[in-house]
Design a binder for this molecule. Structure first.
Ligand code: CA
Ligand code: CA
Ligand code: CA
Length: 809
């Protein structure tokens, strides 16, 4: 164990470490799908929180998401010198640079090297930047060359405008801003300038000293351009120079003998009396586990008493922390409790038979109706949004889109590029924190609601929906079960696509980047007027119906027969469900189902003859148990077969038995894989969808095979969702989790550091090589905080099934 006052060491995971400080050098590089994801470059994890990232050579004072990012071309770890060297390249400017980070006592030296001078075009723009997380620094002090100051809570510094010709190119040539015809862009001015900066002199856990003798440090506020911007510290690279051009010394303060506070994971919504109750306690590796923990009861008179004292059992290490468990399953008396482990106390929670009764209400009553597109949505005194996209959707021209959509050279429709496709501005759901209609996700949504309806017939009616008035009001019953109205709303858009386009669009999305990142009322994303290229930008026609502003949304229409087949499947089920409620729509759905299925099958058999038969045989092998016996394979397919049980005979169900037995082994395998017993994703989007899928299958497997999958297994995923997970113990479902749900989500109201009730966060984002995180003071990282329409309706199925299993009738 290193001594107190230890120096930074390059550890086995290839980052610099001392107790309380981790300095990562391109463990995570910039090559993600959405350009600057604020997750890459040189990063500092300071007393357990990732507070600095984005350390790299950048081309802007305060880079935005779609500003160019460098490609990492080489990364070299030199153990002898205690350094990490990274080579970076901007292809657009044929510009290469190297950054060498070397441990020097308690600090790191960051040096930038150039083999060739900065290219003329970006000389004076390119610089070395690092970014500091605003929510961890605002209202804290900073000292620049001895001058006192404080980080502003809100963006209120100064800007200038400069000619667009001086602006470095943005991703694929898109523009994040609308210059209103001025041909000038906005550039922030620095908050301070000097040679030595000490940030957070008033907070030892956040204090960092940064100095440079050879370069001027400039501190900017990135929120001046974009709400998700960070504080940026940068030095511009000198013109015409090569060799070592910039040297910074960065010393993050470490609190002596700092040990991270234990994170006691438990279910914030509480527990029903008979369920297993196991808290997972996440400990700093230097923390010595205690022998026991206590469950305390808060009595009705407000006094507390010890309800249970039990052993703490070691689980072991998982990535950077150590895990122990505290089992208090024996406590079954209804009441209000909290857990005490050493000096750490949790907030209180319930043990009660009814704790699961309301787990889906916020999602069905609030989150889903707010995401209904092409409607005015209101709640009490508050209007969530007006009616969006009144001008409809244009045929997308050939394009390579910023939200990863593509339109090929042929439209594959009867429409010319930029021609209005009538009738698409109806129904459908906003995708996520953005406002497009992803057709695949909308198909999932309708499927999820149909499954919920056919299995559980929820009669809940809390939402008024008038398609005629294009009006939705929350908490106003209208006599129709809401789930039926949600199915209808989804089908209205999907059927319109099939009828108007002839097949399914891949997406209905924004045409311009500067309205894609819209935050605010969805009805104000576009001007509601048809785009008329014969008018000048911002000009409106005399009749007030057309404008010269090219803001209309586009329909991406390349034909994908497997998407058409999925749509055909959902149309058939929708026709069954809507019959007797909306017969006309049911008929239209059935008609499109038959046509799309025929056409798609023809197209598919032309495109890949033979492959379908091979797949059918493989499925059959799996079902009869002659497959490879790999339970992960079973896990992938089991849900489809479980879904068929109600339509099949008893023999079919019996045939599934061996697969369900294998699935039981698969469930248990997670007890060894990680301390939380669920599949934890390590991708760039945290794994809540995989966790929910797992939870749904476990629930269904228990419903149909309770002798194989015991009831105890159905709580794994709910425990995880509601607070038993790494980093913190807040519920990932907005407002659900009686005592401590997360406070901020990446919803369309994220600029308010808020949430839309019922949202489910993706959850724990993994940063290489060993860090899990979920910010609850910074909503803007979608990989951990954005809920999607497909994911949230998946949650409704999961929650409906769970309630059905555990809630008293
Ligand atoms: Ca989207
Ligand atoms: Ca209703
Ligand atoms: Ca328009």
């Amino acid at each position: 164990m290193p001594a107190i006052g230890q120096d930074l060491q390059l550890n086995d995971r290839e980052y610099f470490e001392r107790q309380g400080v981790n300095v990562l050098v391109f463990s995570n590089s910039f090559n993600g799908g959405f350009n600057d994801e604020k997750n890459s470059g040189i990063e500092i994890i300071h007393h357990g929180v990732r507070t600095v990232q984005g350390g790299a050579v950048r081309l802007n004072n305060t880079p935005e998401q779609w500003d160019l990012v460098p490609k990492m071309t080489n990364r070299k770890v030199d153990r002898e010198k205690g350094s990490i060297e990274v080579s970076m390249r901007y292809d657009d400017y044929d510009f290469d640079s190297r950054v060498v980070v070397t441990a020097k006592g308690k600090a790191v030296e960051i040096a930038v090297y150039l083999d060739k001078p900065v290219p003329e075009k970006i000389a004076g723009e390119a610089g070395f930047n690092i970014e500091l997380l605003p929510s961890q620094y605002w209202l804290k002090t900073f000292l620049m060359d001895g001058r006192l100051n404080r980080f502003p809570r809100y963006a209120t510094s100064q800007t200038i405008t400069r000619p667009n010709s001086e602006k470095p190119r943005q991703f694929k040539g898109f523009k994040t801003y609308d210059d209103r015809g001025t041909d000038r862009f906005v550039d922030p001015l620095p908050l301070e300038t000097g040679h030595q900066l000490i940030v957070a002199t008033d907070d030892p856990s956040r204090m960092i000293k940064i100095s440079s003798d050879d370069a001027e440090l400039k501190l900017f506020d990135g929120r001046m351009l974009a709400q998700n911007g960070w504080f940026v510290l940068r030095s511009v690279l000198p013109k015409g120079k090569t060799g070592k051009v910039i040297t910074w010394t960065v010393e993050p303060h470490a609190i002596p003998n700092w040990i991270r506070e234990p994170n006691i994971g438990f279910s914030q919504i509480g527990y029903i009396p008979e369920q297993p109750k196991v808290a997972v306690i996440e400990l700093d590796k230097k923390d010595k586990p205690l022998a026991t923990a206590t469950l305390m009861r808060i009595k009705a008179d407000g006094t507390t008493e010890q309800a249970f004292k039990g052993d703490v059992k070691e689980w072991g290490p998982y990535f950077k922390y150590n895990y122990v468990k505290f089992d208090f399953s024996s406590v079954k008396e209804p009441g209000v409790y909290f857990i005490q482990y050493g000096n750490t106390k949790t907030n209180d929670f319930l043990i009660d038979a009814h704790v699961y009764d309301k787990i889906t209400d916020a999602t069905t009553d609030v989150w889903v109706p707010i995401h209904m597109n092409h409607m005015y949505v209101t709640e009490g005194y508050r209007t969530w949004h007006g009616e969006p996209f009144k001008e409809g959707y244009l045929q997308a021209p050939e394009s390579d889109h910023f939200d990863l959509h593509r339109q090929g050279p042929n439209t594959e429709t009867k429409y010319k590029p930029l021609e209005l496709i009538p009738g698409l501005n109806i129904g459908g759901f906003f995708d996520a924190g953005d406002f497009d209609i992803e057709t695949g996700s909308n198909i999932n949504v309708v499927q999820n609601f149909i499954r919920t309806w056919e299995l559980f017939h929820p009669q809940r009616d809390e939402t008024f929906v008038s398609q005629e008035q294009r009006y939705v009001e929350l908490h106003r019953p209208d006599g129709v079960p809401d789930v039926l109205q949600f199915i209808e709303h989804g089908v209205l858009n999907l059927v319109a696509q099939a009828e108007q386009i002839g097949h399914m669009a891949s997406t209905l999305s924004n045409s311009i980047l500067d309205n894609y990142h819209h935050l605010g009322d969805a009805a104000s994303i576009t001007d509601g007027l048809h785009y008329d290229p014969s008018l000048k930008p911002y000009e409106v026609s005399a009749d007030g119906k057309r404008s010269g502003t090219p803001d209309d949304m586009w329909a991406f229409t390349n034909r994908n027969p497997s998407l058409d087949l999925q749509a055909a499947g959902v149309f058939t089920s929708a026709a069954r469900v809507l019959k007797g409620y909306n017969d006309e729509l049911a008929e239209r759905a059935q008609k499109q189902a038959d046509r799309l299925r025929n056409e798609a099958q023809q197209l598919q058999s032309q495109r890949r003859r033979g492959r379908r038969n091979a797949q059918a045989e493989a499925d059959n092998d799996w079902l009869t148990g002659t497959g490879d016996g790999n339970y992960r394979n079973v896990a992938r397919n089991l849900q489809t077969f479980l879904d068929s049980i109600p339509m099949k005979d008893a023999a079919y169900k019996e045939k599934l038995r061996p697969a369900v037995q294998q699935y039981a082994e698969y469930i248990k395998s997670f007890d060894k894989e990680n301390p939380y017993g669920v599949p934890i994703g390590l991708g760039n989007w945290a794994g809540v969808n995989a966790v929910l899928n797992f939870g749904i299958t476990v629930n269904y497997a228990h419903i149909y095979f309770p002798d194989i999958i015991s009831k105890d297994e159905v709580y794994r995923v709910s425990n995880w969702l509601y607070g038993c997970h790494p980093y913190h113990n807040y519920s990932f479902v907005a407002v659900v989790g009686a005592t401590r749900p997360k406070q901020v989500f990446y919803g369309n109201n994220r600029a308010d550091f808020s949430f839309i009730p019922g949202n489910v966060a993706p959850g724990l984002l993994f940063r290489k090589p060993d860090h899990f995180e979920n910010y609850d003071d910074w909503p803007f990282l979608w990989g951990q905080n954005e809920g999607t329409i497909a994911g949230n309706t998946q949650y409704i199925i999961f929650g409906s099934a769970l309630k059905n299993i555990v809630s008293p009738k």
